[in-house]
Design a protein around this ligand. Structure first.
Ligand code: PMP
Length: 395
């Protein structure tokens, strides 16, 4: 029997064997001593992976990345306050909708598909009027475009605004130094580069972000409220039982295993994260070498703002989404386009999480994509594409 196709969409992704094993347990109580220990250790590990300060507050709450986004929108900003969005696609639009529902005045700084707004344009938007918070998607999963959170956090600090970054397609893969960069919120979902199945929303808040919530005059909905969840998280960190809403104990169990795996690769969190960022960069470079050898063009217009977690690739002349089942039959499940302006014109391949340590899986994915392209009429040299990626992985 041949192996099942690899899950190479930009999330959910392939998970490690240890994480898989951890999900195969009998249900556990949320107040069981071993669950309390797992939850507490996972929250502590988040501070390490986020490169966040010891006085930051980590949250792991049942839900998806969208819930994490909405918690940020509703805890940082209230009616009448101004928010700036660095909008690079689909998820910037979504954040705008959430903030508008909250009654905020929303200013989008947009760029064409495949581009990022200039830092000058972002600064001009901040300078225009007092701004409560700036929101940016680190990696827009619809386009594969990466913004520059370090520079955006610095601009926010210069202009007295809070900064919030959607890391749903970035956290634990793209470099992010929460404390050193002075960022206020960095959020993600468990099904992306962090390497779990879907189901947990994860974010870390700076003390300043928590203070902003405390200062709100209108509280967010109860299940979004950081002040509701923070005592629960703090209890688990102190290894005490606590209850607000039942946590997904099986996923929390697996989360502790997965985050420990990430951190165990280095002597400390700083080293482990350098190793992780470098592994993602190498995998991305290998995939890009393969795409170049196949004569393909990426949506992001410059490698300066191309994500390491996925490739968004224009279909070559004469090829369309009918290629995707062919790629699957050849061994990898990949995704179609998502950006409303051009979603039928490109496809996406995820390369984040555990697969970056599995060269054979990356090469199998290249072979599957190249085979699908060849079967769709593109002049693709399958072996040359695989060799191009392999050369990078073995360098
Ligand atoms: N932001 C980004 C950048 C994403 O890629 C996604 C999911 N693809 C989300 C937010 C929303 O996450 P979820 O689907 O888990 O709600």
């Amino acid at each position: 029997m041949s192996a099942p196709p690899l899950l190479m969409i930009p999330g959910p992704i392939e998970i490690s064997d240890a994480v898989y094993d951890a999900t195969c347990i009998r249900p556990k109580s949320h107040v069981a001593p071993d669950v309390i220990e797992a939850f507490g250790s996972a929250l502590e590990a988040m501070r390490g992976i986020w490169l966040a300060s010891a006085d930051s507050t980590p949250f792991a709450v049942p839900g998806g990345g969208t819930l994490a986004m909405e918690s940020a929108a509703t805890n940082l900003v209230e009616a009448g306050e101004r928010a700036v969005i660095v909008n690079t696609g689909y998820f910037g639009d979504r954040m705008g909708m959430m903030l508008e529902r909250r009654g905020a005045t929303v200013v989008h700084v947009r760029a064409d598909v495949g581009e990022v707004p200039s830092l000058e344009a972002i600064e001009a938007a901040l300078a225009e009027a007092p701004t409560k918070a700036i929101f940016a998607t680190y990696v827009d999963t619809s386009t594969g475009v990466a913004t520059n959170p370090k520079a955006i956090a610095a601009l926010a600090n210069k202009h007295g605004a809070l900064s919030c970054f959607d890391g749903v397609c970035a956290t634990a893969a793209e470099r992010f130094e929460m404390e050193a960069w002075g960022a206020d919120v960095f959020l993600t979902g468990s099904q992306k580069a962090i390497g779990l199945p879907a189901g947990i929303a994860l974010w870390v808040c700076s003390p300043r972000a928590m203070a902003a919530r405390e200062a709100l005059s209108a509280a967010p909905p109860l299940t979004m409220d950081w002040l509701q969840w923070a005592p629960i998280m703090n209890a688990y960190i102190e290894r005490r039982a606590s209850y607000f809403s039942t946590p997904p104990t099986t996923l929390v169990w697996a989360l502790a295993v997965g985050l420990k795996e990430i951190l165990d690769r280095g002597a400390d969190a700083a080293e482990a994260m350098e190793i992780r960022f470098a592994a993602h960069e190498r995998a991305a470079n290998a995939m890009r070498a393969a795409w170049a050898s196949l004569g393909l063009t990426l949506l992001p217009t410059s490698t300066d703002h191309t994500a390491v977690t996925l490739s968004a690739i224009w279909y070559p002349e004469g090829v369309d989404a009918s290629m995707l089942p062919k790629v699957k039959a050849a061994g990898a499940i990949i995704a179609g386009g998502l950006h409303p302006e051009c979603k039928t014109k490109y496809f996406r391949v995820g390369h984040m999480g555990e697969v970056v340590y599995r060269p054979d899986d990356l090469l199998r994915t290249v072979r599957a994509v190249a085979t699908g392209l060849a079967q769709s009429g593109h002049d693709a040299d399958v072996d040359a594409a695989v060799a191009a990626a392999k050369a990078v992985l073995e360098a």
